[in-house]
Design a protein around this ligand. Structure first.
Ligand code: 5GP
Ligand code: MG
Length: 169
């Protein structure tokens, strides 16, 4: 499998995101962007600069913890976050590096809705690696990869951003 280059993915995502924001009548000086710590925050920082967004970039820190109520698996938990804008009635662009089961996005949406009721949330990811366990799809995707569970696509950053495909087993 070839490892994707980050810059062409950012270019594609920027272009598609501009189209999605236009379709929502969301001017660039009113749209808010939130990156999921840490890979998503690096990607969000790059996109925020490319688009020249006016509002300060927000971040959400979602950590995984093992459920101790008897259920197997890992659950995402939100750590203190920074959303330095009013969420109510705003179009919010939620950015992550990789979309997999969808559990991180579920936790991120819960957190955003604790701050208010956005007009719309657009989900942007550089890589959709498949393997969804919850009913989420990204609005803007850089590329789709079908990665077996034991492999990970690791984003290194913040500068220069690049991907490495690793075995986790
Ligand atoms: P999910 O919650 O959808 O299972 O996983 C998405 C989150 O886990 C993202 O925040 C992403 O950074 C991380 N993640 C899941 N799979 C991978 C992967 O293969 N590579 C990297 N870099 N992150 C991953
Ligand atoms: Mg992550």
């Amino acid at each position: 499998m070839t490892t994707p280059e980050v810059t062409p993915l950012l270019e594609r995502v920027q272009h598609d995101l501009e189209g999605r924001l236009q379709a929502l009548d969301a001017p660039l000086d009113e749209a808010a962007m939130v990156g999921i710590h840490t890979g998503g925050a690096w990607v969000a920082r790059a996109l925020h600069q490319r688009l020249g967004l006016a509002l300060p970039l927000g971040t959400l820190d979602i950590a995984f913890y093992r459920d101790d109520v008897g259920q197997a698996g890992l659950n995402p938990q939100v750590r203190p976050s920074s959303l330095p804008f009013d969420v109510d009635d705003r179009v919010i662009v939620l950015v992550d590096d990789v979309l997999h089961t969808g559990r991180t996005v579920r936790a991120a949406l819960n957190e955003i809705f604790d701050y208010g009721r956005p007009a719309a949330v657009l989900l942007v990811v550089l890589v959709d690696r498949g393997g969804r366990e919850l009913p989420f799809a990204a609005d803007v995707v850089g590329t789709r990869l079908s990665l077996p569970r034991h492999r990970r696509i690791k984003l290194s950053g913040p500068e220069p951003l690049h991907f490495i495909i690793q075995d986790t087993a």
